[in-house]
Design a protein around this ligand. Structure first.
Ligand code: GDP
Ligand code: MG
Length: 451
C-alpha cells in the first residue's frame, strides 16, 4: 500500500478523536500536532503542513455544528476534507477528444517515462481504445529495445527508428499510420537535470507533434523537491499534468504529491509499481479515503457518533443540579455513563466540581442491569417516571414487575437507586464545601452506582 506509514499514523490520530470523550481545546491541539508530525515524516513541506493544519484549526473553530453530525464526526470530516483539498481536490480525467489523441511523456532520466508508456497503453486498451507507442528517445542507448519490449508486453504496436538521431524525423516517418489509432503514447528522451538542451528538444517536438497532453513524469522518491521540478517543467515546456511514479517504494510520496498539488500542473496518474498494471488515475478523495481506510473511516464516524457530546454532558450536569430529577434522568445518566465511563467528566464541566475525585468502581454501571431498568421503566406510567417517590407503592411495584416480567426485587432496587441519587444531588446543591461532603459520601455509595 502506498504511503502506508502516513496512513497508519493518520488513522491512529483519528481514532484517538473517536475514542476521546470530548472535543476540547486540548484534543484539538493534540490532533493538530499529530497531523503535523505524520505529514512531516512523509516529507511534506513544512510551510504546506502549517498552512494545512491552520486551515483545519480555523474550520474547527468557525464552523457551526452540522445537524446530524456530532462534534467529533465533524472534526474527522474536516480533517478528511482538508487532506483531500491538500492533494488537489479535483480528479482530472483524460478525455479523448480527438483521434488520434496524442499523449507525450517528458521528464528526467530514470523517472519512469518508458515504463509508463506501457502502463498507459494497457490502461487505454483495457478501456477499448486502439493504442500505439512512438519511441523518440534518441539519446539513451538501448532505449528503442526497451520500448519494443514494453510494447510487446502491452500488446500494442510501436513506431521507432534505431538509427535516426532526429526525433522529429522519426515522428514524421510514420505520419500516415497514426490516424488508425485512438491514442498515441509518445516516449521522449530525458536528461540528468532540466537543461537548456532538454527544453529545446521538448519544445521542438512539442511544436511538431502538438500533443493533446504533455505529461511530466516525476519520480516520487525525490519528495518535496518535486515541486521545483514540476514548476520548472511547467514554466518552460508547458506540461499539462504530472504522473508521479514509484509511489510504492518511497516514504516521501506524501511530499511529492502535496508538492505537485500546489503547482499549476495537476497530478493525473500515479505509478505504484514496476509492473504494467501498476498505474492509477489520481483522484484525491479516493486516495485519501484509501489512505485513511474508507471502511476504517466509516467505523470511526460510527464510533464518534456513539459517545456523548460535550453539550449533552453539560446539559446533563445542569439538569442534575436543577433538581427536577426524574427516573428518566437517572436512566439517561446511567446510560451516558456506561457509554462514556467516568461521571467525573460530567462533573468537570460544572464549575466547582472539577476537583472531586470519584471512586472508579462507583461509576460503573452494569450493562445487564441497565437493560433491565429500561424494560422496567417501559412498564411505568409517566407519573411514576417523573415522581416515583410520591406515587410508587408496593402494589404499584407488583404491577410494574408483572408488566415488565422482571422481579419485584429489581424494581425495588431501581427505586432505591433513584432515591439515593436524588438525595445526593440535594446534598450537593446544599453543601458549600463539596469536597468535605464527597468524602462523607464516598463510603456510602451503593455498589455499581455512581452519584
Ligand atoms: P525513463 O528513463 O524515464 O524512461 O525511466 P524508465 O521507464 O526506464 O524507468 C526507470 C526505472 O524505474 C525502471 O527500473 C522502472 O522499472 C522503474 N519504475 C518506473 N515506474 C515505477 C513505479 O511506479 N514503481 C517502481 N517501483 N518502479 C518504477
Ligand atoms: Mg526511457
Amino acid at each position: 500500500m502506498v504511503l502506508e506509514k502516513l496512513g497508519n499514523s493518520l488513522k491512529e490520530t483519528l481514532s484517538k478523536i473517536a475514542k476521546s470523550m470530548f472535543v476540547d481545546e486540548k484534543l484539538i491541539n493534540e490532533l493538530i500536532k499529530d497531523i503535523q508530525r505524520a505529514l512531516l515524516q512523509a516529507d511534506v513541506n513544512v510551510k504546506l503542513v502549517f498552512d494545512l493544519t491552520s486551515k483545519i484549526k480555523d474550520r474547527i473553530k468557525k464552523e457551526d455544528s452540522i445537524k446530524g453530525l456530532t462534534k467529533k464526526e465533524q472534526l474527522i470530516n474536516i480533517v478528511y476534507e482538508e487532506l483531500v483539498n491538500f492533494l488537489g481536490k479535483e480528479a482530472y480525467k483524460i478525455e479523448l477528444k480527438e483521434k488520434p489523441f496524442k499523449i507525450m511523456l517528458v521528464g528526467l532520466f530514470g523517472s519512469g517515462k518508458t515504463t509508463t508508456t506501457g502502463k498507459l497503453a494497457k490502461f487505454f486498451t483495457k478501456r477499448g481504445h486502439k493504442v500505439a507507442l512512438v519511441g523518440l528517445d534518441i539519446h539513451r542507448p538501448a532505449a528503442m529495445e526497451q520500448i519494443e519490449q514494453i510494447a510487446s508486453q502491452a500488446k500494442v504496436p510501436v513506431f521507432l527508428n534505431k538509427v535516426e538521431k532526429d526525433p522529429v524525423k522519426i515522428w514524421r516517418q510514420y505520419k500516415d499510420e497514426y490516424k488508425k489509432y485512438d491514442v498515441l503514447i509518445i516516449d521522449t528522451a530525458g536528461r540528468d537535470a532540466l537543461s537548456k538542451d532538454l527544453i529545446k528538444e521538448i519544445e521542438t517536438i512539442n511544436k511538431e507533434i502538438q500533443p493533446n497532453e504533455n505529461l511530466l513524469v516525476i519520480s516520487a522518491d525525490i519528495g518535496q523537491a518535486a515541486q521545483k521540478q514540476a514548476q520548472q517543467f511547467h514554466d518552460s515546456c508547458h506540461v499539462t499534468g504530472v504522473i508521479a511514479t514509484k509511489m510504492d517504494g518511497t516514504a516521501k510520496a506524501g511530499g511529492a504529491l502535496s508538492a505537485c498539488a500546489v503547482t499549476q500542473a495537476p497530478i493525473k496518474f500515479i505509478g505504484v509499481g514496476e509492473k504494467i498494471d501498476d498505474l492509477e488515475q489520481f483522484n484525491p478523495s479516493g486516495f485519501v479515503g484509501r489512505l485513511l481506510g474508507m471502511g476504517d473511516l466509516e467505523a470511526l464516524l460510527e464510533k464518534a457518533k456513539e459517545a456523548i457530546t460535550e453539550e449533552e454532558a453539560e446539559d446533563l450536569g445542569k439538569r442534575l443540579l436543577k433538581g427536577d430529577f426524574t427516573l428518566i434522568d437517572l436512566y439517561e445518566q446511567m446510560e451516558a455513563m456506561s457509554k462514556m465511563g467516568p461521571l467525573s467528566k460530567v462533573m468537570e464541566m460544572i464549575p466547582g466540581f472539577g476537583q472531586i475525585k470519584m471512586p472508579k468502581e462507583a461509576l460503573q454501571v452494569q450493562e445487564g442491569k441497565l437493560k433491565q431498568w429500561k424494560i422496567i421503566m417501559q412498564s411505568m406510567t409517566k407519573e411514576e417516571l417523573e415522581d416515583p417517590d410520591e406515587v410508587i407503592d408496593s402494589s404499584r411495584i407488583d404491577r410494574i414487575a408483572k408488566g415488565s416480567g422482571i422481579s419485584a426485587a429489581t424494581v425495588r432496587e431501581l427505586i432505591k437507586q433513584y432515591r439515593q441519587s436524588k438525595k445526593m444531588i440535594k446534598m450537593m446543591k446544599g453543601s458549600g464545601d463539596i469536597n468535605k461532603m464527597m468524602k462523607k459520601f464516598q463510603g456510602k455509595l451503593p455498589k455499581g452506582m455512581g452519584m
